[in-house]
Design a protein around this ligand. Structure first.
Ligand SMILES: Cc1ncc(COP(=O)(O)O)c(C=O)c1O
Length: 500
C-alpha cells in the first residue's frame, strides 16, 4: 500500500503528483528501481508530456524522503536511455519519443528491433540496467579510491615540463605500438622485483585502464557465447565488460582460499576465468598456494585462459604481498592485469597487460585498431617517474598512510559495534567489508548512510547469485584522512544502528 505522506516544505505544484501517489516507502523494491519504473512508465505512456520539466532532484528527494543521489542516479539512467534530456543548469526535460512510443509497451524480450521502450539495444539496455559504477567517486568511505591529495604533483609537473621540452612529433601523434618503450621497461623491472611476475618489457601492453584491458581480453580470446568463470562475489566492472561482449557468465563461489569451483563446474571447462588471487575483490581472500596450483594445472590441461587482476596488492599491512599467479605459470595461460589507478590516481587512466609472448602482436594490433591509443605524453612522464624512484617511494609512503587509516577505521568499528559485526578482509588494499546480519537490506542501509553524507557500497551488489548474497558494507579508507575517520564513521554507525 502506498503510504500517505505530507510534504510541507515542498511546493507541490513543481512535483508530478503521480510520482508521489505511486511511490511506496514501505515497498521491498529498492528506491532507485521504484522511482525509475514510475518515471519511465510515465514518460513511455505519455502521462508526462514531452518537453515537461522534471522536478529538481533535491525537491523530489525531499518529497519522497530518499537520498538525493538516488534521484540523480535515476535521472542519469533515464537520460542515458533517451527518456529525458538534461541541459547544464537548465534542468531535466522529458524527451520527445515520437508517436511510435505512445503505443502500449512491447515485450522487453522482443529484442532490439522491437524494444520500443528504449533507444538502446537489448545489450545496451542490459548493460545500463546492471551497471555497478557509483555516481560518487570521492569522500569517506568511497571504496577503491586512493588518497589523491598526497600525490606528488610538484615532482610530476617538473617531469612533465621536462617531457614537453623534449617531446618528438611522433610522440604526439597516434601511438602505433604496445605503449611507450621506456614505460614498459620500467614496469617490467618493477613487476619482476616486487610482484614476482616473470616477464620482459616486450610482453607488456599499456592500456588506458583495466576496463580497456578486459575489453581486449574478451575480444581477442573469446567469442560471444563462450563461457567465463567469474568470482562470486566479484568485481562488477569485469562482469559488465564480459557480459557486454556476449560471454556466458558462470558465477563461481569464493571461499577463504579464493575462487572455489564446484566438482560440477570443473566438469565443463570455460574459455577463461577471471580471478583476483592477491586480494579477492571484494572479500579480501588471498588465494592459497594449493588453489593457485590447482587452477593453473586445470588451465594448462584444458586450455583455459586465466585472467589475473592484481589491482591493489601493493598495499598490505603486516604480511609481505604474495607473488603473482603469473609467476607460477609454466604453460603461458595467464594474462596478468595491473593498473596505476590505486597506486597513483584513477584519472590517470593508465594500466597494463602482461601477456604470454605469442599474444603480444595480436593485442598490439587490436589496441591500435580499436582504440587508436595515445596518452604517450603521460606514459613518458610516468616512465621517468618510475625510473627516478618516485613510484616506489610514493607507494612506501602511502602504505603507511593507509595503514594508519585502516587502523583508525577498525578502531571506530570496534568502538561502535564491538564484535557484533564482523570485519572481512581488512589486511590489504584500500577497503574492508563490514558484515551485516543475513537478510538485512544492505542497499537500504547504504541509502540511509548516503543521507548522512557518507559513502558505502552494499556487498549484495557484488553478488551474481541471489541465494548466496551476503550482506555487508564495503568501506574504503583511501579517501578519508585518519583524523576524520572517527567522525565520519560515527554518522555511518548511527545510520546502521537504525537497522539492527
Ligand atoms: C577489482 C578491481 N580491479 C581493477 C580496478 C581498476 O580499474 P581501472 O584500471 O579501470 O581503474 C578496480 C577499480 O575499482 C577494481 O576494483
Amino acid at each position: 500500500m502506498p503510504s500517505s505522506r505530507s510534504v510541507p516544505t515542498v511546493r507541490k505544484a513543481t512535483l508530478p503528483d503521480f510520482v508521489l501517489r505511486q511511490f511506496d516507502r514501505g515497498s521491498p523494491e529498492y528506491d532507485h528501481r521504484q522511482l525509475y519504473t514510475i518515471l519511465q512508465t510515465g514518460i513511455r505512456d505519455a502521462v508526462l508530456a514531452a518537453g515537461s520539466r522534471l522536478p529538481p532532484t533535491r525537491l523530489l528527494a525531499q518529497a519522497l524522503g530518499i537520498a538525493r543521489n538516488t534521484v540523480v542516479h535515476v535521472y542519469e539512467q533515464l537520460a542515458l536511455e533517451g527518456y529525458v534530456q538534461a541541459g547544464v543548469g537548465r534542468g531535466t526535460f522529458v524527451a520527445d519519443l515520437g508517436p511510435r512510443l505512445a503505443r502500449p509497451p512491447l515485450p522487453v524480450t522482443a529484442g532490439a528491433a522491437t524494444a520500443g521502450r528504449s533507444t538502446l539495444s537489448r545489450r545496451g539496455a542490459q548493460l545500463v540496467q546492471a551497471a555497478g559504477a557509483a555516481s560518487l567517486q570521492w569522500g569517506a568511505f568511497t571504496p577503491g579510491v586512493p588518497e589523491v591529495r598526497l600525490f606528488p604533483s610538484a615532482v610530476w609537473s617538473r617531469l612533465q615540463a621536462r617531457m614537453w621540452r623534449s617531446a618528438q612529433p611522433q610522440q604526439l601523434s597516434y601511438a602505433t605500438g604496445a605503449g611507450e618503450p621506456s614505460l614498459r621497461q620500467a614496469l617490467a623491472e618493477y613487476l619482476q622485483g616486487t610482484r614476482g611476475v616473470a616477464c620482459t618489457a616486450e610482453q607488456i601492453v599499456i592500456t588506458s585502464g583495466t576496463q580497456q584491458s578486459l575489453h581486449l581480453v574478451a575480444q581477442l580470446l573469446a567469442d560471444p557465447g563462450d563461457s567465463l568463470w567469474l568470482e562470486d562475489p566479484g568485481y562488477w566492472g569485469a562482469r559488465s565488460v564480459f557480459r557486454a561482449m556476449g560471454l556466458k557468465l558462470v558465477p563461481v563461489a569464493v571461499d577463504a582460499e579464493g575462487m572455489a569451483p564446484s566438482a560440477h563446474q570443473l566438469r565443463t571447462p570455460p574459455r577463461a576465468m577471471f580471478v583476483s588471487p592477491s586480494h579477492q575483490y571484494p572479500t579480501g581472500a588471498i588465494m592459497s598456494h594449493g588453489r593457485r596450483q590447482q587452477l593453473l594445472d586445470y588451465a594448462a590441461v584444458h586450455g583455459v585462459w586465466v585472467v589475473e587482476d592484481d589491482y591493489d596488492s601493493e598495499f598490505r599491512y603486516g604480511a609481505r604481498p604474495l607473488p603473482a599467479l603469473q609467476g607460477l605459470d609454466t604453460h603461458g595461460r595467464v594474462i596478468y592485469l595491473g593498473t596505476f589507478s590505486k597506486t597513483l590516481f584513477p584519472a590517470l587512466r593508465l594500466a597494463y597487460l602482461v601477456l604470454p609472448p605469442d599474444l603480444v602482436a595480436g593485442f598490439t594490433r587490436a589496441l591500435n585498431e580499436l582504440y587508436r591509443e595515445g596518452q604517450t605524453p603521460q606514459q613518458l612522464v610516468l616512465a621517468r617517474f618510475m625510473a627516478e624512484g618516485h613510484y616506489t617511494s610514493h607507494i612506501r609512503r602511502m602504505r603507511s598512510v593507509y595503514g594508519a587509516r585502516h587502523d583508525a577505521l577498525i578502531h571506530a568499528i570496534r568502538h561502535h559495534f564491538g564484535d557484533a559485526l564482523p570485519v572481512i578482509g581488512g589486511d590489504a588494499g584500500l577497503h574492508l567489508v563490514l558484515g551485516l546480519p543475513p537478510g538485512l537490506d544492505d542497499q537500504a542501509v547504504v541509502e540511509r548512510i548516503a543521507r548522512a553524507k557518507v559513502m558505502a557500497r552494499p556487498l549484495s551488489l557484488y553478488h551474481m547469485q541471489q541465494p548466496a548474497r551476503a550482506r555487508g558494507l564495503l568501506l574504503g579508507y583511501g579517501a578519508v584522512q585518519e583524523d576524520e575517520v572517527a567522525a565520519n564513521f560515527a554518522r555511518l554507525a548511527h545510520a546502521v544502528q537504525h537497522f539492527l
